[in-house]
Design a protein around this ligand. Structure first.
Ligand SMILES: [Fe+2]
Ligand SMILES: [Fe+2]
Length: 310
């Protein structure tokens, strides 16, 4: 089977993009960030307005929800870099361009809504947040993958990961307004995932071996877009320990549902190269299963110890 060039892939998949765009427009629900923010809870800050500076006790949210909200917001904040990378990978011609801009407009709403909510409710330190935003955006974001198929595979998983992370952060907040907003954002992320997942599904039918290689490369090296955030490892650990996003969820709720949807392990038309990629993928998933089970075991043991001492 022959390999498709990047240009051929963009041309061959363009009608699928157009179809998915129609579907997206039908499914997407218009919503307004301002309706989700409890403005009456707000009051002036220090500085020009002479209000009160943020203090730790202002926040009503649990520590782990706060950390996760910050990570999620900083991730959303880096949109200009994602736009650049997506526009570079997919181009801005025909339906691809329409999608890139629509997607960017939807993503921009997430950062806006989250920041309004956090600032008004004093959920996090606004000075630390602004400094973190500056340093994170100054780092930028670089797509770790080359080419259309790798990029599509990455965003298929990443959008779903973001969905799960927003949804579980909302739950962890224990605050109904926060939960409602994050559920709303998560619904957007789900439609983004569907868009990319369906496109990659079409790519599998067009060029199965090439697509399998891309999926394997991405799954085995996947990193969340917020990896560059200062202190990310420590924050990610807190988020994992709280069960907001951990290895178990990554495997069961992100990787497997998407791979299952593509019927990766039932595919019959692979050549030797494609089969090799699939075997690599299967081996990686087996090892990940072991790590995920071990992680949950250790977390359960730690929780039991904490419960016994407190
Ligand atoms: Fe988003
Ligand atoms: Fe998204």
């Amino acid at each position: 089977m022959r390999e498709f060039s990047q240009t051929e892939l963009l041309i061959e998949l363009e009608p699928v993009v157009a179809g998915e765009l129609d579907r997206h427009h039908q499914m997407a629900k218009e919503w307004f960030p301002h309706e989700y923010v409890p403005w009456s809870e707000g009051r002036d800050y220090d500085g020009f307005l002479g209000g009160d500076a943020w203090v730790e006790t202002d926040s009503k949210l649990p520590e782990e929800a706060r950390i996760s909200l910050i990570v999620n917001l900083l991730t959303e904040d880096n949109l200009p870099s994602y736009h650049y990378e997506i526009a570079t990978a997919f181009g801005r011609d025909a339906a691809w361009g329409t999608w890139v801009h629509r997607w960017t407009a939807e993503e921009a709403r997430h950062g806006t809504a989250l920041r309004d909510y956090l600032t008004v409710t004093r959920a996090v330190d606004p000075v630390a947040l602004e400094r973190a935003r500056m340093s994170h955006m100054e780092e930028g974001f670089t797509n770790s993958y080359e080419g259309v198929l790798h990029s599509l595979a990455y965003v298929s998983f990443q959008e779903l990961a973001t969905r799960i992370s927003h949804r579980n952060t909302g739950r962890a907040s224990g605050e109904p307004n926060c939960e409602r907003l994050l559920a709303r954002i998560a619904a957007d992320e789900n439609l983004h995932m569907l868009f990319y997942r369906n496109l990659l599904d079409a790519a599998f039918r067009l060029t199965p071996n090439q697509t399998m290689r891309a999926v394997t490369d991405v799954v085995t090296t996947f990193q969340m877009p917020g990896t560059g955030i200062e202190g990310f490892s420590r924050k990610a650990m807190t988020i994992a320990n709280a069960g907001i996003y951990d290895l178990r969820l990554h495997l069961d709720d992100v990787l497997m549902p998407v791979l299952r949807q593509w019927a990766v392990f039932e595919m019959k038309d692979l050549d030797a190269e494609g089969e090799k990629a699939r075997e690599e993928l299967a081996g990686f998933l087996d090892r990940l299963e072991v790590s995920a089970a071990r992680f949950v075991e250790r977390r359960d043991a730690r929780r039991a110890r904490q419960a016994a001492t407190s």
